[in-house]
Design a protein around this ligand. Sequence first.
Ligand code: DC
Length: 218
Amino acid sequence: MFSVAIDGPAGAGKSTLAKAAAAKLGFIYIDTGALYRTVTYAVKAGGVDIEDESAFKRLLASIKIELEFIDGVQHVFLNGKDVSELIRTPEISASVSIVSAVPMCREFFLDFQRSLADKYNAIMDGRDIGTVVLPNAQVKIFLTASPEVRADRRYKELLEKGHEVTYEEVLDSVIKRDDRDSNRETAPLKPADDAVLLDTSNLNFEESLEEIIKLIRG
Ligand code: DC
């Protein structure tokens, strides 16, 4: 199967661009952040203290997380319930980088992500896809943009969904998350040695998409 790994910090446009590129190329788009968000949702719903290793282990053993692709759109299910929207709140975004830094949590999804790449021609987006999950991906792209541009995009997205947030709060959250994602010990956010860096700070959506398609077709 053909795999494209797109990694990069929060708000770089990975999901919108990967989704559009996948639709154009007839690939499946896999959003791996949704997996970590779903565990975070389960941690919060269950009132689990993730510092308590055995409690976290019990939680992981007790939950079932599944992905379904409906009309090319990924839906994530936690114990049979579609939580695709519930995992996209500012509260989950604020905690997900803490939960996803736990090695046990990363291990939990490793084979699952690889099995999806075995099954489908896929564009997979995340933080460690090119470095850890799919080191043999045919194309690796590290997508980035300045923190201000990324926060502005996230802020507009959240407003559209009706969340009450300020730009400053979103910027602060984006910076904190990048810092935690980049500095964790296990599978930190960083470009793979063979990744192509694409900075979208000064590119609009169409221009960014064109670049990505070019890289994949190339
Ligand atoms: O892409 P996103 O914002 O939905 O990701 C949510 C969090 O999950 C992000 O802070 C880092 C983590 N993540 C990760 O550690 N590894 C991945 N492959 C994808 C996401």
